[in-house]
Ligand binder design. Structure first.
Ligand code: SAM
Ligand code: SF4
Ligand code: F3S
Length: 452
């Protein structure tokens, strides 16, 4: 059997796409996944260009493949993802040993690209955006566990001034309602209990209610209602959502839909109105806080995580302090935070950016410390409580223990008798939280589960 190595950079959309790359190749010919590039017949890089560092890492890693290709010219080296989308032909110029270059919207053409590469003897590049062809051409999901990701939309039409994503992934397009529901029902039938709806801005999802286009269009809150109705699915999450499209209907969904997890990733980027405007985020700090207030009224105890960019061009000390203030006011339970990175071709890359990198790094460290403290406080407050946990499998560091996630998306490890593992994996169980660790919780099976 041929061996396939895929190295994934970037966000959850890329993680999802890497799974799909393996699926499309596997649909033509049997492949075995390997984590050793030196034994692979096909080596794929699924790349990210959101920050300069991520982009440079790709070329660094590609350099190491060069020797493998020289020793075994018959192997196929492919570059996909957002760097591929942005650079296209330039990748083959910089790294001539690359055989195929494909974008996030053309990964389903991978088998044809490889075949054409072999026939023609020349590298193949296809980074086009063939509308909604991708959703149609992908083989159906193969889950391995009780929790699965389901892509519901692609791309982004928001054009924040610092971001490459609208250019690398194209405009927002929604996957049709029927397809999403068919996939989720199929997953549920195979034992999946939790789904995470995936997209760059999931709350921009829109879908025709009838296939022949009766004219009525459903919004993301409607999609959530439909997923709530799928038997077997017991927990629903989604990521990412954009604050601009947190509609009253969607906020109300947190009150109405019990399967919706009490957890939301809602990227804010900055706590300064001036910086938000320069980023073209499309909301003010007050509007963001109002969304948070209404969400928490709809679902008390909702856990909120977010994204921050620190050191945006022109950001002042006072702007940064406003971000710190927002962190305290909202009580974020986790954040992805990075120093601003100028991306070629984006409007922010032309803005004056006089702030020294050390200042930005110092701000970032302060922000991250505060977020960690808050997350830790929330974890500690969970000790002694009972959490509904979806058991995913054996714990990473100790095979004798089991591991799962709480409703607010924390990993919990807990001991369980070996004979019960097979029965518990894939099920929801009640776990009493015993200790809060820095990045996970420790628990024990609640009494009722032990008796069972
Ligand atoms: N669509 C999501 C949203 O806007 O809420 C986020 C998607 S983006 C791939 C993930 C995160 O990367 C953003 O929320 C932002 O914090 C960060 N990011 C994007 N462009 C960046 C840049 N040029 N420099 C630093 N961080 C950046
Ligand atoms: Fe990038 Fe903004 Fe789109 Fe998010 S909403 S992907 S940050 S352009
Ligand atoms: Fe990176 Fe593309 Fe995701 S730029 S963060 S892989 S959408």
């Amino acid at each position: 059997m041929k061996k396939l190595y895929i190295r994934t950079f970037g966000c959850q959309m890329n993680e999802y796409d890497s799974g799909k790359m393996a699926d499309v190749l596997g649909a033509c010919e049997a492949y075995q996944r390997t984590d050793r590039p030196e034994e692979a017949d096909v080596i794929l890089f699924n790349t990210c260009s959101v920050r300069e560092k991520a982009q440079e890492r790709v070329f660094h890693d590609l350099g190491r493949v060069r020797a493998l290709k020289a020793a075994r010219p018959e192997i196929i080296v492919g570059v996909g993802g957002c760097v591929a989308s942005q650079e296209g032909e330039a990748i083959v110029k910089r790294a001539p040993y690359v055989d195929v270059v494909f974008g996030p919207q053309t990964l389903h053409r991978l088998p044809q690209l490889i075949a054409r590469r072999k026939e023609s003897g020349r590298p193949q590049v296809d980074v086009s955006f063939p509308a909604d062809e991708k959703f149609d051409a992908l083989p159906s999901a193969r889950e391995d566990g009780a929790a699965a990701f389901v892509s519901i939309m692609e791309g982004c039409s928001k054009y924040c001034t610092y971001c490459v994503v609208p250019f690398t992934r194209g405009e927002e397009i929604s996957r049709p309602l029927e397809d999403v529901l068919a996939e989720i029902s199929a997953l549920a039938a195979r034992g999946v209990r939790e789904v995470t709806l995936l997209g760059q801005n999931v709350n921009a999802w829109r879908g025709a209610l009838e296939k022949d286009g009766g004219g009525e269009v459903g919004d993301f809150a409607f999609l959530l209602e439909c997923v709530q109705a799928v038997a077997g699915i017991e927990r629903i999450r989604f990521t990412s959502s954009h604050p601009r499209e947190m509609t009253p209907r969607l906020i109300e969904a947190f009150a109405r839909l019990p399967k919706l997890a009490p957890q939301l990733h809602l990227p804010v980027q900055s706590g300064s109105g001036r910086v938000l405007a320069a980023m073209k985020r499309g909301y003010t700090v007050l509007e963001y806080k109002s969304v948070v207030r209404r969400l928490r009224a709809a679902r008390p105890g909702l856990s909120l995580s977010t994204d921050f960019i620190v050191g945006f061009p022109g950001e002042s000390e006072a702007d940064f302090e406003k971000t710190m203030q927002l962190i305290d006011e909202v009580g974020f339970d986790g954040a992805f935070s990075f120093v601003y990175s100028a991306r070629p071709g984006t409007p922010a890359a032309d803005m004056e950016d006089p702030l020294p990198q050390e200042t930005k790094l110092a701000w970032l460290a302060r922000l991250q410390t505060r977020i960690d403290e808050q997350a830790q406080e929330i974890s500690r407050a969970m000790v002694g409580g009972i959490e509904r946990v979806l058991v995913e499998g054996p714990a990473k560091k100790n095979e004798a223990e089991l591991s799962g996630r709480t409703a607010n998306n924390r990993v919990v490890n807990f001991p369980a008798p070996p004979h019960a593992h097979a029965r518990l994996i894939g099920q929801f169980v009640d776990v009493e939280i015993v200790t809060a660790m820095p990045h996970s919780l420790r628990g024990k099976l609640a009494l009722k589960e032990e008796r069972a």
